[in-house]
Design a protein around this ligand. Structure first.
Ligand SMILES: O=C(CO)COP(=O)(O)O
Length: 253
């Protein structure tokens, strides 16, 4: 097994220079387990990436929230994977549901982006998850399998991929998935990877949960065998993000 706990903070489209400094100061002063126990990655908006990278403690890492699907060029408003590599940004979030829903990113487009970012040497947090309608229609397993399949079809090496299961109905709603609901989907996903990619990748790929994770609910979620960490939105802008990082210690007990 040996899947290292992963905690990502997705700041989304939030923050001023002052706020960013304050969050980074909190993180820099935080007492958390070492990098051997938990991998911590924060994802500010593009414009703050170099600033955050320069201020952030060296055992925490930074991620972009998106990148362009192929080599840069005449794509106004986009940021390419090559640029992120050039700036020493190691991670990128791809396929967040806000982009799938608001910007119509399709499964295929997300798969292409993941493949291109990996080829350029980035590590990828690939997001998947069902809407409330899909859950209520009983299609959760099929939906997340389809999303994962579109990624699997485009890549051959999963070493640098973290899969983030983020049910859309739980994002920013305060309506967190129960530990049992999260575990069920994570186990299904791991089985899908086992059957469609390989047993090795299924055993090693980290599947993290996102959707209204906070300081109060993180430990119970972390205790689930197939929950390998979190992608945190709102709470990653607050001091309680430190408590969420510390939920990693649940895995050692
Ligand atoms: O979308 C998320 C992380 O990517 C989750 O957001 P919240 O934690 O605010 O629900």
């Amino acid at each position: 097994m040996g899947r290292k706990f992963f905690v990502g903070g997705n700041w989304k489209c939030n923050g001023t220079t002052e706020e960013v400094k304050k969050i980074v100061t909190t993180l820099n002063e935080a007492k958390v387990p070492g990098e051997d126990v938990v991998e911590v990655v924060v994802s500010p908006p593009f414009v703050f990436l170099p600033f955050v990278k320069s201020l952030l403690r060296p055992d925490f890492h930074v991620s972009a929230q998106n990148c362009w699907v192929r080599k840069g060029g005449a794509y106004t408003g986009e940021v390419s994977a090559e640029m992120l590599v050039n700036l020493g940004i190691p991670w990128v979030i791809i396929g967040h549901s806000e982009r799938r829903q608001l910007l119509n990113e399709s499964n295929e487009f997300v798969g292409d982006k993941v493949a291109y970012a990996l080829q350029q040497g980035l590590k990828v947090i690939a997001c998947i998850g069902e809407t409330l309608e899909q859950r209520e229609a009983g299609t959760t397993t099929a939906v997340v399998a389809e999303q994962t399949k579109a990624i699997a079809a485009k890549i051959s090496n999963w070493d640098n991929v973290v899969l983030a299961y983020e049910p859309v109905w739980a994002i920013g709603t305060g309506k967190v998935a129960t530990p049992a609901q999260a575990q069920e989907v994570h186990a299904d996903l791991r089985k899908w990877v086992h059957d469609n990619v390989s047993a090795e990748v299924a055993a090693s790929v980290r599947i993290i949960y996102g959707g209204s994770v906070n300081g109060g609910n993180c430990k119970e979620l972390a205790a689930q065998p197939d929950v390998d960490g979190f992608l945190v939105g709102g709470a990653s802008l607050k001091a309680e993000f430190v408590d969420i990082i510390n939920a990693a210690t649940v895995k050692k007990n």
